[in-house]
Design a protein. Structure first.
Length: 245
């Protein structure tokens, strides 16, 4: 496993004054561990970002604090929720002879035939799993080959993961990591919406006229319940008929 190195200095600045450290391009942090006294420190922000992109939380780091070097893992990184600025880093010093727990990212590889043939869509349910191993046996990722997923609803569970020797997965073995779901295309959605609209229009056209009313007619056309001789005459002719009656 690749090793990484970060230089750090002890710091006495605490509280709100750490803002000055960040303004100078360094980030405050703490290193702690089992049966050791925690140490407040500061690291160069750019150097940490570069190492952290590769090491993540499972890469073993040699943290040099002045003349002292310690094997550590990055336990937690605090960031400003708005600006994304690094606020604080927690390093966990480990014993190279004792197993530790860590979360390892899941990385998909290969191509699912169901997806390639547009019969399904790949759904990533878990993006990381918890493992137990000696610090030197930790890996930066666990690959999942999806080329065997050829049918809708096929899946890979935690219990089916292939992991290197010395690494034990402690997450629930019954949890689904990745699955092939049904493919719903935009065309299918549009067709379904059109069919629904057509059915609604058909029901409206078949609905009977309101009770006691008359069917709508075109302009100048006689209603169905009036004699054509009356309905079709102008008002003057209708008056003459009345007089004659």
């Amino acid at each position: 496993m690749k090793k990484y190195t970060i230089q750090a200095t002890k710091r006495s600045v605490i509280g709100r004054k750490v803002k000055n450290l960040r303004a100078q391009g360094t980030t405050p942090g703490t290193v702690y561990g089992r049966n050791i006294k925690s140490v407040s420190l500061a690291v160069a922000t750019e150097e940490f970002i570069r190492v952290y992109k590769e090491a993540g939380e499972t890469g073993l780091i040699e943290l040099s604090i002045e003349k002292d070097t310690r094997p550590v893992l990055v336990h937690h990184v605090q960031k400003d929720p708005v600006s994304g600025q690094l606020l604080h880093i927690e390093f966990h010093e480990v014993n190279l002879k004792e197993k530790v727990h860590a979360k390892v990212p899941i990385v998909l590889s290969g191509l699912s035939p169901a997806v390639a043939e547009k019969r399904g869509v790949l759904l990533t349910i878990l993006d990381e799993v918890e493992v137990e191993a000696l610090p030197m046996d930790l890996v930066d990722k666990i690959e999942v080959d999806v080329s065997g997923l050829s049918e809708v609803n096929q899946e890979v569970k935690v219990g089916g993961l292939t992991v290197p020797a010395g690494l034990a997965v402690v997450s629930d073995r019954t949890l689904t990591v990745v699955k092939v779901g049904s493919l719903v295309t935009r065309e299918a959605e549009a067709e379904e919406a059109a069919a629904t609209a057509a059915a609604a229009a058909a029901q409206t056209a078949q609905a009977p006229a309101a009770e006691g009313g008359t069917a709508p007619t075109a302009e100048g056309e006689a209603p169905a319940d009036l004699p054509a001789s009356k309905a079709g005459k102008p008002k003057e002719e209708a008056k003459e008929d009345k007089k004659e009656g």
